[in-house]
Write a protein of this length. Structure first.
Length: 249
C-alpha cells in the first residue's frame, strides 16, 4: 500500500489503548486516516480520535463493536467505508490474553481466546477483503512469538495465536496479488496490566532476551507501519519483534 494523494484509511482493532493506540499514532503520523475500533475503552478511543482530529480534521473515527459477534463485522466495515469512502489497511490487534492451565480450560475461555485471536481476525478480514482488493491494500495481524514457541500455562492462547499465524499465510495466498497479508510477532513489549505475570517471571523473560530489555509499543508500531506502507514486495511473512528472545528459546 502506497501513501497516495488521497490519504489511506486503516482500521486498527483494539486501537484505544496500549500497543493498539501506539500503532494508530504511528499510522496517523505517517499520513493515514485511522478508524479506531474499541469494545470496553470508548472514552480512551474518543480521546485519541479527538487528538488526531485536532491535528488533522476528519482524520479519525471511533467504531464500537464486539468482535466476537461475527455477524456484526460486515456492518463495522460498511460503517467505516460509509464514513471515509475507502479502506486501505486492516490491523488485527485486539486480543485476549490470560492463562488456561490444563484441567481448568472451559468453553468460555475457548470462546474468548480463540474468538479474539483467530475467529475475529478471520471474519473481519473476510468482510474487509473486497474493499482491500479495490484499493490494493494490506492486512497486518499481531501474532506472538509464542505461536511457535508456547508459553507454559497458556496453551489455549498459544494455540489461538498459532492459528492466526497459519491464517496470515493462508490469507496471503487467498488474497494475492492485490492484497498483502503479513504478521508481527511481539516478544516482551508491554506487560499485562492485571498482574498475571509475577515479577520473577518477567525478570526471567528479560534475562532470556538477547537485547536484555523489554521492548516498547513503538517497536511494534513502526514494524506495522513499515509492512503497511513501505513493503510492497513482502507478503505471507511473520516478523518477530522480540529483542532476539525467539532466537534461542
Amino acid at each position: 500500500m502506497n501513501r497516495q494523494a488521497v490519504a489511506p484509511v486503516v482500521l486498527v482493532t483494539g486501537g484505544a489503548k496500549r500497543v493498539g493506540a501506539e500503532i494508530a499514532r504511528q499510522l496517523h503520523a505517517a499520513g493515514a486516516r485511522v478508524a479506531l475500533h474499541c469494545r470496553h475503552s470508548r472514552l480512551d478511543a474518543d480521546r485519541l480520535a479527538a487528538e488526531f482530529n485536532e491535528l488533522r480534521p476528519a482524520s479519525a473515527l471511533v467504531l464500537h463493536a464486539d468482535l466476537l459477534d461475527c455477524a456484526s463485522l460486515p456492518g463495522l466495515v460498511e460503517a467505516l467505508v460509509g464514513h471515509f469512502g475507502r479502506l486501505d489497511g486492516l490491523v488485527n490487534n485486539a486480543s485476549s490474553f490470560f492463562p488456561t492451565p490444563i484441567g481448568q480450560i472451559d468453553e468460555a475461555a475457548w470462546s474468548d481466546l480463540v474468538g479474539s485471536n483467530l475467529k475475529a481476525p478471520l471474519f473481519l478480514s473476510q468482510a474487509a477483503a473486497p474493499w482491500l482488493q479495490e484499493s490494493g491494500g494490506a492486512i497486518v495481524n499481531i501474532v506472538d512469538i509464542h505461536a511457535e514457541r508456547p508459553l507454559k500455562g497458556y496453551p489455549l492462547y498459544c494455540a489461538a495465536k498459532a492459528g492466526l499465524l497459519g491464517l496470515t499465510r493462508a490469507l496471503a495466498l487467498e488474497l494475492a496479488p492485490r492484497v498483502r497479508v503479513n504478521g508481527v510477532a511481539p516478544g516482551p513489549i508491554e506487560w499485562p496490566d492485571d498482574g498475571q505475570l509475577p515479577l520473577a517471571e518477567r525478570e526471567a523473560i528479560v534475562a532470556h532476551t538477547l537485547l536484555g530489555r523489554v521492548g516498547e509499543p513503538s517497536d511494534i508500531a513502526r514494524t506495522v507501519r513499515f509492512l503497511l506502507f513501505d513493503a510492497p514486495y513482502i507478503t505471507g511473512q511473520i516478523i518477530p519483534v522480540d529483542g532476539g528472545r525467539s532466537a534461542h528459546l
